[in-house]
Design a protein around this ligand. Structure first.
Ligand code: SAM
Length: 266
């Protein structure tokens, strides 16, 4: 069971993505700059890893799980037992007043499992403002899941930074898995509500320039992205494979049959 529900999370696809990972990845330094729910990292469990995301709430939660998973688990069990709309809004309010700790990580995990559609959204003051999801039987990560994630993260470095900082740090031979927010399918920005800022077409173009530079530096990269004309154009000189998938567009609860691209430079 994954630790988090996360928009754009690759849990459902990870088995189909693994064959694209370099066979010798364990000998390389692993870098994942758009970590989200960490599906690839948790499937690969590399020995040396640099993991980052612009979302500091997410990174603080991982740090607490890595360092204090037992306490996070105990607090989370307490929230799970009291789950209802009143409890949700009390926890949300407490979350927006507190700083990082095991209790705060448990609040983050509780909110993630019970909020509307697992969306992470903050207002202009950086406060989490997603309403209660009214799920009948929310499932919470148990002690074993938290212990497994904690163990996987033991030797990982975590940072709440923009992807450009993570890419700048790559050394020749390092392996990057890049899973940026996807461009909108048809003019709406379904997949861009992760942080206060959006990830728009200009960001996709800037990312592509960085990726070209990574390639020049001798790093290996594998990217997941949407199958759109713009993305194909930006990465036309690399190896591009289409994976047919059904994507759930959560804000309209509609299913879309779309293509995902896997792009590599090896
Ligand atoms: C498609 S999700 C990654 C999903 C992840 N691979 C998984 O399996 O759950 C994209 C992630 O990029 C992060 N992000 C958005 N803009 C960013 C930026 N400028 N720099 C770094 N991370 C960013 C979001 O917070 C989000 O977690």
């Amino acid at each position: 069971m994954p630790l988090l529900r996360w928009i754009g999370g690759k849990q459902h696809l990870v088995r189909r993505l693994l064959p694209f990972v370099p066979a010798d990845y364990k000998k390389r330094c692993y870098r994942e700059p758009f970590l989200g729910a960490a599906s690839m990292f948790l499937a690969l469990r590399p020995e040396r890893a640099y993991l980052a995301d612009a979302n500091q709430h997410l990174i603080q939660c991982y740090e607490a799980v890595r360092d204090t998973h037992d306490r996070v688990s105990a607090y989370l069990r307490g929230h799970a037992a009291k789950d209802c709309s009143d409890h949700y809004y009390a926890v949300r309010e407490a979350y927006n007043r507190r700083s990082p700790s095991a209790a705060q990580a448990a609040r983050f995990l509780y909110l993630n499992r019970t909020c509307f559609n697992g969306v992470f959204r903050v207002n202009t003051r950086g406060q989490f403002n997603v309403p209660y999801g009214y799920k009948d039987h929310p499932i919470f990560p148990d002690r074993d899941v938290l212990a497994t994630v904690s163990q996987a993260l033991t030797n990982a470095e975590l940072a709440a930074v923009d992807y450009q900082d993570s890419l700048a740090a790559g050394e020749p031979g390092d392996f990057f898995y890049l899973d940026p927010p996807y461009p909108p399918l048809n003019g709406t920005s379904y997949f861009t509500h992760y942080t206060k800022d959006r990830f728009d077409a200009d960001d996709q173009r800037a990312l592509a320039e960085w990726v070209w530079e990574l390639d020049d530096r001798g790093c290996l990269f594998m990217m997941s992205n949407a199958d759109t004309r713009m993305i194909r154009r930006l990465y036309r000189n690399f190896h591009v494979t289409r994976l047919p998938v059904i994507r759930y567009v959560t804000c309209k609860a509609t299913k879309h049959r779309v293509g995902e691209l896997v792009i590599t430079n090896y």
